[in-house]
Ligand binder design. Structure first.
Ligand code: RTP
Ligand code: MG
Length: 141
């Protein structure tokens, strides 16, 4: 098993629903450690930069508007197979297609307001963690 880190964001809809703790508990119960954490209201520039790979997609503007509609909680998670493990906990992008018991099935309302973000590869995880956290803000245990 490979020890990995991944970037996780609790999106504005889930923060508004007051389920930060419930989502953190799922990470911890799955063996993922929170090694960095911050709450932040993203600027438009920050959200656009974070989702730059989706710039040409039809949903880009809606995605950015949604991500800046309220504060988010951003964390780096560490554990065995953290990238895939976290994606499994999240469930499919569209909550209607997400497996029962996943975060999106339980807390998301739509494909736009879908509760959480998670890095989709180890390579992207490193880039996304560095986008939000300085190396000195990571606290491996
Ligand atoms: P995320 O990046 O947020 O973890 O989500 P994901 O990998 O499951 O999905 P991705 O394809 O990376 O898309 C990023 C976010 O854009 C919104 N989206 N809307 N209307 C649409 O067809 C559509 N497709 C994607 C979702 O909010 C998705 O989380
Ligand atoms: Mg994605």
């Amino acid at each position: 098993m490979a020890l990995e880190r991944t970037l996780s964001i609790i999106k504005p809809d889930a923060v508004a629903k007051n389920v930060i703790g419930e989502i953190y508990t799922r990470f911890e119960k799955a063996g993922l450690k929170i090694v960095a954490s911050k709450m932040k209201h993203l600027s438009r520039k920050e959200a656009e930069g974070f989702y730059a790979v989706h710039r040409e997609r039809p949903f880009f503007n809606a995605l950015v508007e949604f991500m800046i509609s309220g504060p988010v909680v951003i964390q780096a998670l560490e554990g065995d197979n953290a990238v895939l493990k976290h994606r499994d906990l999240m469930g499919a992008t569209d909550p209607k297609k997400a497996e029962k018991g996943t975060i999106r099935a339980d807390f998301a309302d739509s494909i736009d307001a879908n509760a959480v973000h998670g890095s989709d590869s180890l390579e992207n995880a490193a880039v996304e963690i560095a986008y939000f956290f300085a190396a000195t803000e990571l606290c491996p245990r």
